[in-house]
Design a binder for this molecule. Structure first.
Ligand SMILES: O=C(O)c1cc2cc(O)c(O)cc2[nH]1
Length: 244
């Protein structure tokens, strides 16, 4: 029986000529949006998207963590057809083998990119423990209880929707960026701080005015109410008469 000969260097079994791995990072001048890598705050933002996936469970989904980390949405989760972010942006930034679908696994960077993407997913699962994977209406093979093709032995999407250290025997060490404070939050903090300052000034002023009024009245706050009355009586009685 004829068997396939081992591939010669530079060729693939399918018989087509292969090319060297090409990289031209940030070199796609025709598409300025992909001339930069994702920023740490983009990761912080996508980790805050609360729902794992939303209808139509596709590359057009909005407010879907899955579509956001994949990079078809803005990092905050809003779908926009012209946007490329996170995983997709890293692919397109490479602008060569790593940016071409079906060829990108030939570039070793693929492994780093996808490992880091999995680390983000793992962190997201940790932060959203009540999250659910779509039960139905996802694209073929992607419903919760469907097997993940082509893995063998069969394993369902639900079985992989779990945190790694507790269930899969590996863990990631990453310093996750914190989300920058938004303008709305800055304004809210400033308004609350101003209100607190006004309240404190009002309280101090009120105390000062009341204390001054008491002093002017000749009242002695350390005396009890009963003795206070004696004191009032003394002040109003004729001091020239001696008391026997
Ligand atoms: O256009 C994209 O968003 C895009 C390109 C590209 C290439 C690739 O190899 C991928 O794995 C994903 C991907 N997304």
């Amino acid at each position: 029986m004829a068997s396939l000969p081992p591939p010669a260097a530079g060729t693939r079994h399918a018989g087509t000529e292969s090319t060297p791995i090409r990289r031209n990072p940030a070199g796609n001048v025709a598409r300025p949006m992909v001339q930069k890598l994702p920023e740490p705050q983009d990761i912080a933002a996508c980790l805050e998207v609360t729902t794992f996936d939303t209808p139509p469970f596709y590359s057009t989904s909005s407010q879907s963590f899955r579509n956001t980390v994949e990079g078809y949405s803005a990092p905050e989760g809003t779908y926009d057809p012209v946007v490329r972010s996170l995983h997709n942006l890293a692919h397109l930034f490479l602008n060569g083998t790593g940016g071409t679908t079906h060829l990108s696994p030939n570039d070793p960077i693929f492994v780093l990119l996808h490992t880091f993407t999995d680390a983000i997913f793992d962190e997201w699962l940790r932060r959203h423990p009540a999250a659910v994977y779509p039960l139905e209406n996802a694209p073929i093979g992607h419903n919760r209880d469907y097997n993940m093709v082509p893995f063998w032995p069969p394993i369902t999407n639900a079985e992989m929707f779990v945190t790694a250290p507790e269930n899969l025997g590996y863990s990631y060490e990453a310093d996750w960026p914190s989300r920058p404070v938004t303008l709305t939050e800055i304004i809210t903090i400033a308004v609350v701080a101003a209100l607190i300052v006004v309240a404190v000034i009002f309280a101090i002023t009120t105390c000062a005015v009341r204390s001054k009024t008491y002093k002017m009245d000749g009242r002695q706050p350390l005396l009890g109410e009963q003795y206070q009355r004696y004191d009032d009586h003394d002040r109003h009685s004729d001091k020239t008469q001696s008391v026997v």
